[in-house]
Design a protein around this ligand. Structure first.
Ligand SMILES: C[S@@+](CC[C@H](N)C(=O)[O-])C[C@H]1O[C@@H](n2cnc3c(N)ncnc32)[C@H](O)[C@@H]1O
Length: 259
């Protein structure tokens, strides 16, 4: 039982851009996007840390007229004006945000904590760039819920092959709350969201193979034991699809921190 409760994180996951793009193409996250939009409706200066493919950045930019994103997987600053809102993407990482203190009134850090190399430093940086005097100042984190089906499948099949401790995303959000509490934040709320990867393939074996590739490539594409992991995840996916034939849940917890 105590194995389920982490006292430290297993270390940053390697996220290959190909693995993430395949994953993102299968992901349906309307509920998450709607919640982020309603949480940011009273804000004006928004930062999306680790914006990735920009789905949430775009939703916020359309609503607020603009959004800045910081992304390590880009090598030059880019400005986009394609959606009615200005998007500025800057190269950088959560550990070293290229902004003065208090530049933004809302910071989004969605599904990025498993990937940062220095968790506590990233969290202090996120807190630093929030303008605590703004009446609606906040940080919004999204991470995996305790019943996240994708993380459970990876924990059951790939994590033992990698010889790693099980992934526990609740630990990351608990540390986020603790670090922000020490950096000017005192009110915390949590919400739950349903998102899922969709596998519309009619043939079960094609579906199992597509899902195995998507799941393994997401965290372990470049792992030396990736081929062994693909074989290991298939029986677990057959059992999973017997219950939920065309989707793997990516259930989230949204943590909102306010001063
Ligand atoms: C799973 S994706 C999530 C993307 C986006 N936030 C979303 O919800 O769609 C994780 C993102 O974290 C970014 N990332 C990795 N290391 C990071 C770091 N040290 N600081 C900030 N972002 C990082 C990756 O490049 C990737 O875009």
């Amino acid at each position: 039982m105590t194995d389920l409760l982490s006292t430290e994180y297993r270390g940053p996951h390697a996220l290959s851009s190909r693995g993430w793009l395949d994953f993102a193409a299968r992901l349906e996250r309307r509920e998450e996007i709607a919640l982020v939009r309603s949480l940011t409706s009273g804000n004006s200066r928004a930062l999306d840390v680790g914006g990735g493919t920009g789905e949430l950045t775009r939703a916020v930019a359309v609503q607020l007229g603009g959004c800045t994103a910081v992304e390590p997987h880009t090598d030059r600053a880019t400005r986009l004006r394609e959606t009615g809102g200005d998007i500025e993407i800057l190269p950088g990482s959560a550990e070293d945000l290229p902004f003065d203190d208090g530049t933004f009134d809302v910071v989004l850090a969605n599904w990025i904590l498993p990937y940062v190399t220095d968790l506590e430093r990233s969290l202090r940086e996120i807190a630093r760039v929030v303008d605590l005097s703004h009446p609606d100042a906040k940080v919004v984190f999204i991470g995996g819920a305790p019943d996240n089906e994708l993380v459970a499948l990876l924990n059951e099949t790939c994590v033992p092959i990698a010889g790693e401790p099980p992934d526990d995303q609740g630990y990351l959000l608990a540390v986020a709350a603790e670090v922000l509490a020490g950096n000017g934040f005192s009110r915390f709320e949590r919400y739950r969201t349903e998102a899922a990867l969709h596998f519309p393939e009619a043939d079960l074996e094609q579906r199992v193979q597509a899902a195995a590739r998507t799941l393994v490539n997401f965290w372990y594409e470049e792992h030396p034991a990736a081929a062994e992991m693909l074989v290991a995840v298939e029986p677990a996916l057959r059992r999973h699809f017997a219950r939920r034939p065309h989707a793997v849940g990516d259930q989230g917890v949204v943590l909102v921190a306010r001063p």
